[in-house]
Design a protein around this ligand. Sequence first.
Ligand code: UTP
Length: 294
Amino acid sequence: MSTHKPIRKAVFPVAGLGTRFLPATKAIPKELLPIVDRPLIQYAVDEAREAGIEQMIFVTGRGKTAIVEHFDVAYELETTMEERGKDLGVLDSSRFTPGDIITVRQQVPMGLGHAIWCARAIVGDEPFAILLPDEMMVAHKGGTGCMAQMVEAYNEVGGNLISVLEVPHENVASYGVIDPGESSGALTEVNGLVEKPPVAEAPSNKIISGRYILQPEVMRTLETQGKGAGGEIQLTDAMARMIGNQAFHSVTFEGRRFDCGSKTGFVEATLALALERDDMGAEIRSIAERLLAE
Ligand code: UTP
């Protein structure tokens, strides 16, 4: 039994503009774009639930209400499906205990750090998880998801944790990178964080990958956080200020990450997941082979 406060709440920042996906995201939130037949946000919420997290806090913005509706009861749809004898099981993962979906508003998208700070009153005085839905973390077959792996590590060491992945060293310049300390298994002490370092100066090839468990003090750090890269209030800057004052570890995720905020990552995720599906994998494979041969 862990002596650390349990992780009961997850924050999903979904107020970004999604400009890389325009015009698709002009009227539809990026987080509702589907990978095969589930929207991105559903994968992230399922991952949090698998890790034992009960309350989902969405930081939404203008034009994002459809995300909350996705987790609501759809009376007309369900009644009509029932009348037609259709299986309602496909909707199970979008059902929630009343009160467990909470939304807060980020009126102006001022950056990821600012979005997290908008959830401060709901998070209160307990450690919490953050999941960026456009980073899709896929478990290995039979393995647990990224957040479940992080909660397991948290139960061991407590404090703050970020998930990392190792990439070829020459690719580090587009990511947030950790300055690593001592390692033990999947856990590595974090001595510092650098956002988008030049390859020659990167302290490691471990990149931050969209999943965090943070102590509530981060909210106070964000409170006084000035604008950083891109004129936005950056979560990485706030975390960097906490290192040294609180325990900070990274967890190397055993699984695959797809950057679904980029078009190529999105298509790659779609293809990878479709190929693995029992109901369509073989068909997609033969379609892909035919297209490649043409
Ligand atoms: P991104 O950096 O992917 O930004 O944000 P974006 O606006 O969604 O997409 P592009 O770059 O314009 O295409 C990472 C996550 O943080 C959220 C986004 O919704 C996304 O889940 N976010 C970002 C906010 O909630 N608020 C912000 O001010 C910025």
